[in-house]
Design a protein around this ligand. Structure first.
Ligand SMILES: Cc1cc2nc3c(=O)[nH]c(=O)nc-3n(C[C@H](O)[C@H](O)[C@H](O)COP(=O)(O)OP(=O)(O)OC[C@H]3O[C@@H](n4cnc5c(N)ncnc54)[C@H](O)[C@@H]3O)c2cc1C
Length: 367
């Protein structure tokens, strides 16, 4: 069998590897970009700092299959991600937890809130703020409104370019307060950064005698015939946008270099209420890179436009899902063309979910 994989990101590289190594088939992998790893692409800059070009990427998973797959191609450090946010001028960790209570409120009030929360709920639970609002208690209501306003509202307005009344109430309701002192952003069993970076990880996944890689090549320019096509690009683009374009959110990163060892206290600091950027990334934290200089990126969310920026986040709405479903129906008429990945499935996947999706698709081919 001759296979074509469109896209050398994680989804494309994983399916290519499985076809090549498990079925001993030939695979051509192409990508329009001049590098592999797609959205996870990273590189060492001239100060030796590993920079994540398209925003910070932290690997985390509970999936044993996914973890054992990636461990064949990279060793990982034990980095556990924390996110700080500037709330009312205080630098504190989010999601909002017991430590945050004491960082932003006077101790007596923080203690009272902590006591009330523990009277109503179990320790170590994530309670949506909507749940807190249901209680006939002014303190719990105050806390819910405070988190909504200071952590969620302005950040989400910037992130999605929406007005507050345009938010999906289901999304608002999910904003949690974490009844814990666990400051980590993720609680997954496995977390870390590949020691050689994500680009190296993907290069290793693609490194197989049955795999040929061609960069700077668009699917439109492929003239050969293939028995199967695995398409990890945008599904609407594949069909020439015949039903209309699927909307995405994107972001612009402005990079700044500083002649000092560190710029901020953590890899990511969110600015929910101030400035037009949502967060500042400082990359040297991920692999503990040593340099007298540091590099940061300010992240400015913006709408996706073809040719201007990258597709980042599918915009979740009923209308967009309906549009995507029309493309999905159209795809069923194709033979031996498989869509996968965050662009092919028009779905936000973390890296582990992209890998899982590729493994599961492969499994359906071999039964
Ligand atoms: C800002 C941001 C931060 C993120 N942070 C995290 C994180 O911390 N942890 C985490 O687990 N996940 C994170 N993710 C998700 C992660 O980036 C994705 O899970 C992963 O990149 C999905 O890989 P993919 O191969 O499906 O897509 P992509 O990486 O986008 O790869 C698709 C590839 O296909 C190529 N392509 C598209 N069309 C064509 C065509 N017509 N011809 C040839 N090539 C084509 C593209 O150039 C691209 O290289 C983040 C995502 C974003 C947007």
């Amino acid at each position: 069998m001759k296979n074509l994989v469109v896209g050398a990101g994680l989804s494309g590289s994983v399916i290519a590897n499985l076809l090549a190594s498990r079925l001993n088939e030939n695979v051509l992998v192409i990508d329009t970009k001049n590098h592999v790893a797609g959205n996870c692409y990273d590189y060492r800059d001239n100060n030796g700092i590993m920079v994540h070009k398209y925003g910070s990427h932290i690997f985390h998973t509970n999936n044993e299959k996914v973890w054992s797959f990636v461990r064949k191609f990279a060793d990982f450090n034990q980095y556990m991600h924390r996110v700080f946010a500037i709330i009312d001028g205080n630098e504190t960790t989010i999601p909002f937890n017991f430590n945050t209570l004491y960082a932003v409120f006077p101790p007596v009030f923080a203690k009272r809130l902590e006591k009330k929360l523990l009277e109503q709920f179990e320790y170590n639970q994530k309670i949506p703020i909507l749940e807190l609002q249901k209680y006939d208690d002014t303190d719990l209501k105050f806390l819910a409104n405070y988190i909504y306003e200071k952590v969620f509202l302005h950040y989400t307005t910037k992130q999605w370019g929406l007005k507050p009344d345009e938010f999906d109430s289901a999304v608002t309701a999910r904003v949690p307060v974490y009844l814990s002192k666990d400051d980590r952003y993720f609680q997954d069993k496995y977390q870390g950064i590949p020691l050689g970076g994500y680009t190296k990880l993907v290069e290793n996944i693609l490194n197989h005698p049955n795999i040929e890689l061609r960069l700077n090549m668009d699917f439109k320019d492929v003239e050969e015939h293939f028995d199967r096509v695995f398409y990890t690009g945008a599904i609407d683009e594949y069909f020439d946008y015949k039903f209309g374009a699927l909307p995405y959110r994107s972001a612009r990163f402005t990079f700044e270099e500083y002649n000092r060892e560190y710029y901020q206290h953590n890899s990511v600091v969110n600015y929910p209420c101030n400035y037009d950027f949502t967060r500042i990334h400082e990359y040297k934290y991920y692999l503990n890179d040593k340099s007298e200089k540091t590099v940061i990126a300010k992240e400015y969310p913006e709408a996706f436009e073809v040719g201007k920026n990258e597709r980042f986040y599918p915009v979740p709405s009923d209308e967009n899902i309906t549009l995507y479903n029309r493309y999905l129906e159209e795809a069923k008429n194709l033979e031996n063309v498989y869509f996968l990945g965050r662009l092919g499935d028009y779905r936000y996947y973390n890296m582990d979910k992209s890998i899982q999706r590729a493994i599961e698709l492969f499994d359906t081919l071999v039964v």
